[in-house]
Design a protein around this ligand. Sequence first.
Ligand SMILES: O=c1ccn(-c2cccc(C(F)(F)F)c2)nc1-c1ccnn1-c1ccccc1
Ligand SMILES: [Zn+2]
Length: 333
Amino acid sequence: QLSGNWGEKRKGYHAITRSSELFFRSVCLFLLLCTRPCNLPLNYVCTTQHCFDHEKLVRFTLSVRKNYHKVPYHNWWHAFNVAHCMYRMLDHEQEIFTELERQALIIACICHDLDHRGYTNQFMVKYETALASLYSTSVMEQHHFNQTVTILQQDGHNIFDHLTSDVYKQVLGYIRHYILATDLAQFFSNHKQVTRFCADQTFNIENTYHRNKLQAIMMSACDLSACAKTWPVQKKTVEIIYEEFYAQGDLEKKKGGVPLPMMDRDNAHNLPKEQVNFLRIFCEPLYGTLAVIFPHLSPLLENTKDNIHKWDNLAHGRPTTMWEVETSRIEKD
Ligand SMILES: O=c1ccn(-c2cccc(C(F)(F)F)c2)nc1-c1ccnn1-c1ccccc1
Ligand SMILES: [Zn+2]
């Protein structure tokens, strides 16, 4: 059930330890801050149409968290990290996106993997799951958006119910576009378009199509941001990602299927090589393009390059240390 009877939950809510309560209040304050124009004092009482009711935001965030599964990677912490990455990305670019776009980007991030079961779209389609019978493309991403709308429609959860019906439709349209953009199958076409605009210097942030494509790759950049974290975080997160991949591969073998090499734990010795390929094919081009448009994001590209270098060392049996990354940075400066 998406969210239990709030009355009972409130008793349950107060049973949660104080630290969890403080954590969720900080999440909501963070979400409120994400949408506060940066030049306003903290105690600003919103008078514009685009302000969240704090109690609804707490209730909405708790229900979103409740609808993430306890799977190794695609859990609430992943959603929170993706939203935090978007917050830091927008922190420098408050002026180029509208307040409504900024709110939709942050909410799309915390909701973008709602009810993920730890299986890829390919797996859901191949084994003819119920969800795959509902959606022909972007199966999980369409489900994640559907879950978002369903939570918004719960009593006391609609954080956008202060908007006019036109603006409400607009913000849900934004959120749908942003969540569907996290389907890796959409990445190449989205990225290719933005790269083309940059190459022929026709990129125009005022052009709706250009704007939508940029926001799509920003969603990908936040979703894949584990690849652009420093080596200890990248290495630990990849171990967790592959724990989920191998669980899918194990289930596929149980069903008599043959998993992708990347999902097959018998192929774990090739993990460093798989990572070099994934980072080179998806992440380096992605953070490279974003660094051209938003120079303050260049550390994401630098970290990705460092991570490729370190996975490549591991793939070739060369020792690799944290010091080496620092040295390479010093040499460059
Ligand atoms: O570190 C990774 C290595 C491989 N993949 C991957 C994922 C799917 C398909 C493919 C395929 F290449 F097969 F299409 C590769 N994702 C990640 C990664 C880094 C951050 N998020 N995710 C992620 C993204 C999506 C799903 C799971 C994890
Ligand atoms: Zn994700």
